[in-house]
Design a protein around this ligand. Sequence first.
Ligand SMILES: [Zn+2]
Length: 248
Amino acid sequence: MYIKLPNRIVGCGFIAIVLSTFFTLSLAAQDSIPPPDVTRKLSAYRQQIQDDPEKEMVELKSIIPSILYDLRYATHNNFVKRPLYPVGTRQAFLRKKAALALQNVQKELAEKGYGLKIWDAYRPYAVTVKFWELIKDDRYVANPARGSGHNRGTAVDLTLIYLKNKKEADMGTGFDHFSDTAHHAFQGLPEEILQDRLLLRTTMEKYGFKALETEWWHYSLPDATRYELLDIPFTQLAPVKVKSKKGK
Ligand SMILES: [Zn+2]
């Protein structure tokens, strides 16, 4: 059935629809435009490491057997209260340069009775998109339009443990605690905690990592943009490493 509406009303309605569609589309575009250089195919990643072996993703326990994992995004125990990685994920990857640097950090900390526990390392790009859909606030999560150092395999979230009992050191806040208490500059904490934060920071920086002023647990390589943003699942990365080892 066709009902003729007065032209003026149709006109206003039409303009409103066009405008709202335009704003919705432009907002959606701003929020979700993927960077053009996300590597999604295993074959493309393999080509990249063939061209530059430094880009290999290394499973951390394969070269640092004593390192501990508590991969929070594979559990409900994280700030979005739901798993964003496949439950049961037991692998954490970083680019070779970062993994080797972490090996040195672990060695040096051991002399002082400490070790490292990993909360997160490489994060597939699709998970950054999921975070953004849930939170949409770049104070807390990376905007997928830029991607994150975690997507490049150059950023790691970690804490200190005591070697004698494998318990986490008290660092003043837990993981993903978004307040100024988590800032490196925050001094309103007991001396022992400030010393442990400083120990983690100075050791990480000694081996080439850069601290993030607002998150004491986050460290990254300064030359991150040399490495592609990846969207390769953990399960696919694992056999790549085995295969490249079996090769030449
Ligand atoms: Zn991080």
